[in-house]
Structures are given as structure tokens and as C-alpha cells.
Design a binder for this molecule. Structure first.
Ligand code: CA
Length: 235
């Protein structure tokens, strides 16, 4: 069955481009040109992914995202934003969006992100056999990774992480001390294969993760930056 993508965007020319390219890739599309219609279609038609513009009539994208998550829906949400302001992206991720893409975007990058986010949900729905070498629990100093309960503890306290933040720190902990570039993290944690374009989402997620994990986010002791190369977990 074809995967269904809901496009919530009030600029008709952008909707047309998205519909054309998604249909070409084998997706079924639904369109909404304002926030309230987008929310209603999201709840009624259970799409596999939502492309959500931020500036919308009726209800903005952040309100739609918040209402969707409050209803208990976990449909992947990819925010499309023309705004360069970091706070909107951070707020979007905080409200439960899975990722964002900034206008003007390349169609190739957008399709890669749509595909990766739908695949991630499929992987969670049908978990792969865990390899024998993967440990269920890894304790590194004050940090404990518990794969079975998908949680991270610091000094015995469970941290309140989003799914993406958990996946990122889990990946770093499983390779302690190894430096990963933003591109590598996009491929391994975000499931973006090959070309990924904008990798700043990694920096946003790292910053948010540090606020939750570090004693002093300005002086990280766990999630470290190797200047010019990327990030690593300090074991
Ligand atoms: Ca708009």
C-alpha cells in the first residue's frame, strides 16, 4: 500500500511542487491549505507523515503540532519553515516535530527526509532482532543507557528526553570516544542516506540534549565537540 503524506501549506505553488514530486515517488498525498483543516485531516486520515508549514492561516504550524501531539498522535512531523530564527526550530522540535527543513529546500533533500522519517517509524513498529553483541545496559561513569526501557539515567535519575535526543545519545554512548561528523550522525541517527543537505538539525538536537544531560551546558563534560570534526561521547 502506498504511504500517505499530508501536506499542510498555504502557498499553492509549493503544494503543487510537493504533490508532483511525492506522487512521482509513489506516495499518496493529501493537502490542506490552513491549520485547522490540516489538523482535522491529520486526525481523520492517519497519514504516514505530515509536511507542516509554520506560517498558516487559522492556526500556525506550531499550534497544529502541539494539538496533534496532545491528541496522542505520534505521526512523524517534518516542519517546513521560511524562518531562519533558531527559536522556531527549537520550539518545533520541543513541541514534538521530528525534524525541520528550511525554505527554499531542494526536492531531493526533502524526499530523503520524508523517506527516512517514514522508515524510522516502520523500524520502531517492527524492531529488528537485536544482535548478540549489543548490550542492553551500558554504564559509562555517571550515565546509564538502558536499551530495553529506552532510557538514559544520570546519577540514577531518568532524563526526560525526546525520542530523537535518546537516539542520538544512545548512538554516541554505543561508540564512546569515537568522533562522528554531523553528516555521519544524520545518516546513523536520522537515517538519512547519502545526500542530506542541511545538517544543522544535529546542532539543535545536541544543544537541547546538553541542556538535559550536562551539569553546565556551556562546559560540556559528556557530549563533546571536536572542533571542525563533530561530536563524541566522553566516557
Ligand atoms: Ca505559509
Amino acid at each position: 500500500m502506498n504511504k500517505k503524506v499530508l501536506i499542510v501549506e498555504d502557498e499553492k505553488s509549493i503544494v503543487d511542487i510537493l504533490r508532483f514530486n511525492l506522487t512521482h515517488e509513489g506516495y499518496e498525498t493529501l493537502e490542506a491549505y490552513d491549520g485547522p483543516t490540516g489538523l482535522r485531516l491529520a486526525l481523520e486520515s492517519s497519514p504516514d507523515l505530515i509536511l507542516l508549514d509554520l506560517m498558516l492561516p487559522g492556526m500556525d504550524g506550531l499550534q497544529v503540532c502541539r494539538a496533534l501531539r496532545e491528541s496522542g498522535s505520534s505521526i512523524p512531523v517534518l516542519i517546513i519553515t521560511a524562518r531562519e530564527e533558531e527559536k522556531d526550530k527549537v520550539l518545533g522540535l520541543e513541541l514534538g516535530a521530528d525534524d525541520y527543513i528550511t525554505k527554499p529546500f531542494s526536492v531531493r533533500e526533502l524526499l530523503a527526509r520524508v523517506k527516512a522519517n517514514i522508515r524510522r517509524v516502520d523500524m520502531v513498529a517492527a524492531p529488528q532482532q537485536r544482535s548478540a553483541s549489543e548490550e542492553n545496559c551500558i554504564q559509562l561513569g555517571r550515565i546509564l543507557l538502558d536499551v530495553d526501557s529506552a532510557s538514559i539515567q544520570k546519577d540514577g535519575q531518568t532524563l526526560d528526553l525526546t525520542q530523537r535526543e535518546y537516539e542520538l545519545i544512545k548512538f554516541l554512548i554505543q561508540h564512546p570516544g569515537k568522533v562522528f561528523s554531523r553528516q555521519e550522525l544524520m545518516e546513523n541517527v536520522w537515517n538519512y542516506e547519502g545526500f542530506v543537505g542541511d545538517v544543522r538539525g544535529v546542532d539543535v538536537t545536541v544543544r537541547r540534549l546538553r541542556e538535559k544531560v550536562e551539569d553546565d551546558p556551556a562546559q560540556p563534560g559528556f557530549i563533546m565537540t571536536r572542533r571542525g570534526l563533530g561530536y563524541y561521547f566522553n566516557p
